[in-house]
Write a protein that binds this ligand. Sequence first.
Ligand code: ATP
Length: 215
Amino acid sequence: MKRAIGILGGTFDPIHLGHLQPALEAMQTLQLASLRLMPNHIPPHRPQPVATGSQRLAMTLLAAAELPDVTVDDRELRRLTPSYTIDTLIELRQELPDTPLCFLMGMDSLLGLPNWHRWQELTEYAHLVVAIRPGWQPELSCELAEFVATHQVDDPLAVHQQLAGHLIWLQNQPLALSATELRTRLAQGNSLDGLVPQKVADYIRQQGIYRPAVL
Ligand code: ATP
C-alpha cells in the first residue's frame, strides 16, 4: 500500500491560512505523502462565490505553488455540473487503488455532514480528518455521534494501514479565520496581509476582486 494523501475541498473564495494551516498540520501529523487542494464547483441555485471559478483556481494555484507536495486538483471545477464529494472520492479511488485517501474538513463541515449526499458511504472511500475550527464545538446529533464513534481512532498514523474508514480528530492550532470575514475586511478597505499567502493577496489586489462595488 502507498502512503496516504490528503484532499481538501472548498470554495476557496478566497483561499486563506485557515484552510492552509490546518491542512499543513494534517500533512505533518499524519505524515501524508502529498495534499491536493480541490476547489468546488458551486451549483447555480446556491449563493455564488464572489470570485469566478478561474479566479478561485488561480488563487489556489498561487497558494499551492509555495508549498512542497501540495498540488491543485481542478476536476470539480472543470465539470459543468457540481459533483458530490462521494462521486469525487469514488473517482479518486479508481485512479489510486493502492493509496489511502484522507479527506480533510473543518468542524463546521463535519457538523453539516448528514446533509451531504450518501454521507455515510464517504468512509468507504476515504478517511475523514476533522480540524478544530473556532466557533464550532463537537456537538453531534445522534446519527453523527454514532457515525463518529464507529470510525474514530486515536492513532493518526493508522491512516496508512488501510485505504479508508477512519475518522481522525486533528489537534491543530485553532485559527479563527473565514473567507466571509476576509471578504468583509476587503470590502471595508482593510488588507489581507498575513491572512492569505502574499501572492494571493497581490492577485486579489491586481484583479480587484472583493472590492465594495463587486459585493
Ligand atoms: P466561507 O466563509 O465563504 O463560508 P470558509 O472560510 O468556511 O468560507 P470553505 O472554502 O467553505 O471556507 O472551507 C473549505 C474547508 O475548509 C471546509 O471543510 C472548512 O470547514 C475548512 N475551513 C475553513 N476555514 C477553516 C478554519 N479557520 N479552521 C479549520 N477549518 C477551516
